[in-house]
Design a binder for this molecule. Sequence first.
Ligand code: ADP
Ligand code: 5GP
Length: 202
Amino acid sequence: MQREGIALVVSAPSGAGKTTLISRLISEFPHFAFSVSCTTREPRRGETDGQNYIFLSRDEFERRRSESYFAEWAEVYGNLYGTPLVPVRQLLRKGQDVIFDIDVQGAAQLKLSLPTAVFVFILPPDMENLERRLRGRGQDDETTIARRLATARKEISEARWYDALVVNDDLDHAYDALRTVYLASALAPVRNPLVVEALLAR
Ligand code: ADP
Ligand code: 5GP
């Protein structure tokens, strides 16, 4: 009996370790599909169009947005990001699990369009650690780091409504917590509606 796919939505302040943890989950469970978002930001080195993101001009993004193409969209650090709705719905209906890497504003909207999605928030052990990781990643200048840290406080205050909090102190522990949330959510009655009916029908 095939279950409905799990929409696993992962948010975190920049630098908390979301990319690291998501990559690990996809390596262990390669059947996961990644929800490829559209964005107006420039590709970073090593990013592939259609794989990491669908890179669009602002005009094209706004055109698609006006046609309700996105399940959710948000402006993050001056760039627009959005999740295409139709491909995701099709995957979930086929029983395919899908992982979403989206910010807190988008996650709140997705809770309305995909109410059975599972929402996980990755937290840093403390703010000093977050700052160290942002610096260690060597990707941002000082102004950007300061902006990311200020935004992080606002994002973390939204963590309360998520289904699960994963504190990324030790990477292995954090990963265990994330995979536990994923595996447990596969057992939820909402994703297996026919199990009870089939038993009682005999
Ligand atoms: P995000 O995607 O949330 O912005 P990354 O996954 O890019 O974060 O991680 C930010 C930096 O912190 C990277 O250099 C990563 O290797 C490092 N990192 C991630 N998790 C841990 C951890 N548990 N302990 C120490 N460093 C970590
Ligand atoms: P980055 O530009 O570093 O890849 O991502 C910046 C932020 O945008 C991250 O917090 C990421 O989770 C978020 N993001 C990526 N795709 C989407 C999306 O489709 N929708 C929303 N709301 N946020 C997204």
